[in-house]
Every structure is written in C-alpha cells, then in structure tokens.
Design a protein around this ligand. Sequence first.
Ligand code: AMP
Ligand code: MG
Length: 502
Amino acid sequence: MSSSLHDKAVFDALPIPFDNSYVHLPPQFFAEQAPAPVAAPRLIKFNTALARDLGLDADALERDGAAIFSGNKLLPGSQPIAMAYAGHQFGGFVPQLGDGRAILLGEVIDRSGRRRDIQLKGAGPTPFSRRGDGRAALGPVLREYIVSEAMHALGIPTTRALAAVTTGEPVYREEVLPGAVFTRVAASHIRVGTFQYFAARGDSDSLRILADYVVDRHYSEIKDRKNRYLALMEAVAERQAALIARWLHVGFIHGVMNTDNMTISGETIDYGPCAFVDTYNSATVFSSIDHHGRYAYANQPAIGQWNLARLGETLLSLIDPSLDTAVDLANAVIKDYGERFQAHWLTGMRAKIGLATEGDDDLDLIQALLALMQQQGADFTLTFRRLSNLAESDDGEAAFATSFKDPASAAPWLARWRERINREPKLPIDRARAMRGVNPAFIPRNHRIEQAIEAAVEDEDFSLFEVLLKVLAKPYEDQPAFAPYAEPPQPAERVLQTFCGT
Ligand code: AMP
Ligand code: MG
C-alpha cells in the first residue's frame, strides 16, 4: 500500500508528503478529477496542530493556504479523485451518488503511522455532481469545522477539520451565499455506500478488492481470521455500536444517517443538519428534511443497525457460497449489534452518573433520570454537568434542581442516586473528577453555532467562530471566563430546525 522508497524520499521534503493508495485501486472505484479554481481565495482557518500531527509542513501550508486549500494550487504528489459510492437516502436506494463536490487530494501517513485522507469539500464539479454545482457555502463549512473539531475534543471518533477558505465567489442556494471550501481529514472516506455501489452492479470482484483494502487499512487485526468478511462485518458493527453510543452520551443528533454518510472506519462523517439536544427529549429532530423523525435522537442506534444490515447484504456472497448460511451468519452479527450497542451505552451512562461498579438496578436508575429530564424539560448537558458537581458536595443541589421545571421533582431521584453512589468504592472527590471527565460543560450549542455563522456570513466577522473553537477545544474544563457558552439558549435563541449544506 505504500509508494516506493524513491517516491518517499522525494515527497518527504514537500509540504504534504502524499502516499496515495486509493488511486491505485481499479478505475471503477473513482474518477480522476482536479479541483476547479476559484476567483479570490482567502484562508480563514488553518488547523496547525492537526497539520503537525499529520506530519505536514504547517508553516509552508499556512503561508500558501489560500491557494492550496481552495484547490487553486495542486501540490506535487497529489492525485485528485472523486470517489464512487451509492447509498440509501432516507430508506430509498440511489445506485450512484459519489463525491459530487468533494475531491480527495491524496493520503498521508500521520505521526502515529495511521493512513489519513485529505479531501477538499466544495472544490468544484465532478462526474458525480448530477445537478449540483460542486460547491459549498460558508455557513455549512463553518458548521462542519466547529462541530467536527468539537466532537474530536469530546473524544468521539470523527473526521477532522484541517482548513477553511472562502472562495470570493457566490453560491446559489435559496439565497446567494458566500462560497467556501472545507479541507477534511478522515481515516478514510469509504462508506457503507461504497460497498453498495459495487453490490448494486453485481460486481463481486470489485467488492472483494474493496473489502480486502478495508481490512488492510482499518482492520488489519482480522486479516487472518477464518471468515475475514464476516469478521469485517463484526468489526464494523463493533465500531458503529461504540460510536453511536458515544453520540447519545453527549446528546448528538447526526441528522442524515444515510448509508452514504456512515463510514466503514467508525468515524462520524458528514456534518449537515446535525445538532445537539438541549432540552432533553428522546424524539428530538432538528433536520428540516427529516419529516418522519427517521434520524431522531433515540432512533440512531436502530438506524445504525439498519445500515449495518445494508452492509451485510453487500457482503453475503463473500461471507459464504451458500446464501442461506451467509444470511444466517450476517443476521447473527446484526442481532449482536443490538447487544454491543446496549453494552457501550450502559457503560457510558453509568460513568455519566458516577458509577464505577455495576449494580442490577443501574439501568433503571439511569432510565428514571432520563424520564424525569424529559418530563421536566431539563437541559441534557447541564443536568449531567451539575450532577458531577453534586458528587463531591451537597452545595450544588439547588443548582441541579433548577434544571427541572419543578425543582422539587428532582429530590426523589437524587435520594435514590445518593443511596447508590454510597455503595461505590471511589472517594467523592475522585468520583466528581471522573464525572466531569465524561460530562462536558461545553458542547457546540446550536444557537452559538448559528450566531457564529451569521456574523461570518453577514459581516465577515470570524471572531465568534474563533471563540467557539477555543471554548470547545476544552469541553470538560470549567473555563469560568466562558461561562455563558455553557448556558442553554434563551427561548428566543432556540434553534428549531437545521438545514443541509447542499
Ligand atoms: P450529502 O447529503 O451532503 O451527504 O450529499 C449527498 C450526495 O449529494 C453526495 O453524492 C454529494 O456529493 C452530493 N452533493 C451534495 N451537495 C452537492 C453539490 N453542491 N454539488 C454536487 N453534488 C452535491
Ligand atoms: Mg454525504
């Protein structure tokens, strides 16, 4: 998978030492496509720390960032391609989607030896653009920058933000908006929909090549397993179950969990109409295009399972020559996913309420809190953060109770919780510290994102965007100077709907 020694020696001195592998797969996997130049690019953000982690020459990239991260200047070693994929969108299958506005510049091996993709999003049309213009608007670019970096700081697997530029060109949506290009870094951009693309064409040779590539790149530990394709499905099930549990622990709603937006690596990808729950309700939906609540907060684990089933369908012929046997094996993995998810979710929820040991009534205790929060309109994030403070002193009890419409309603649950944590071996001070390490003070609150986007789009004022990035880089620290950013929206500030970036 690595390029020749000769190539490496040449590229090591370059700002991005590309070491590409996907472009060496057969031609049906992608289309060669250079970015389309833009009029007047301006670098508005560059992630120096990430650039260093990736082993890039951060100084050189920042100096020339406007040209490089707009796609105006292609660096040596880059072999730009648009990847082919299909996908189920809101349950309906589309046999050809593909990168309609994203261009993979190439791959690098980061400082911990992991292969990472570097991709421009909004870099112009590709053969997969269909009726789209291949471009991105500034608002969604800033949203993806803020939320993906916040997810990373929260410790949740995610694609990353390396840079954002404005293009100096308008994009035409329902209104005219400033154009922008986002530079995304990912463990890979292979999706469930990538498998579906070949399955839909009955191209089993390509499917096997893709599956082997994925095992090599993301799951090398299963390489020698007797049934490696079944093991692949299990490994993906495990990462997705763990990922979606983590989303629920911080109140994240992805918003468009179509199979083309679900990575094989287990990273969160495609921050479109995503949003965080504020007032807790398990049925919360923000996306303007999710009319039936298919991707509501509490539906996400089940959708993960549905998407896994779609992946399983593509792998059947590789799993076993007998269809019946293959179906039985794949079904067992799909069933196990439910248990895997439940285990990850419960472990994380125990930690959120300060339990380091397992008790028979823990699930009930957790569900009782969630039910109370829902009934009493409590803010998801604040409730758990305030509970963390309560774990070491009784002082915060009033503050905790104010999260609930009727503050007195919290008392019976708190009494039950105290009785339970008194059976825990940890010292209160350690418990509180552990709880603050899993219950963030700061999440990318929807109204704050909207404020930052509005200032940038209307006034070219990026100061709120910068502040938000700074605060969200340390979500588990109190940061008293930024206390207002921990607060839920005022009624007039509440964001009721979010929109796709397209
Ligand atoms: P998304 O909803 O962002 O996951 O995108 C779904 C599909 O639409 C993907 O194939 C995208 O590449 C494509 N797409 C989204 N926006 C555009 C655009 N502005 N131009 C071309 N293709 C797009
Ligand atoms: Mg997508």
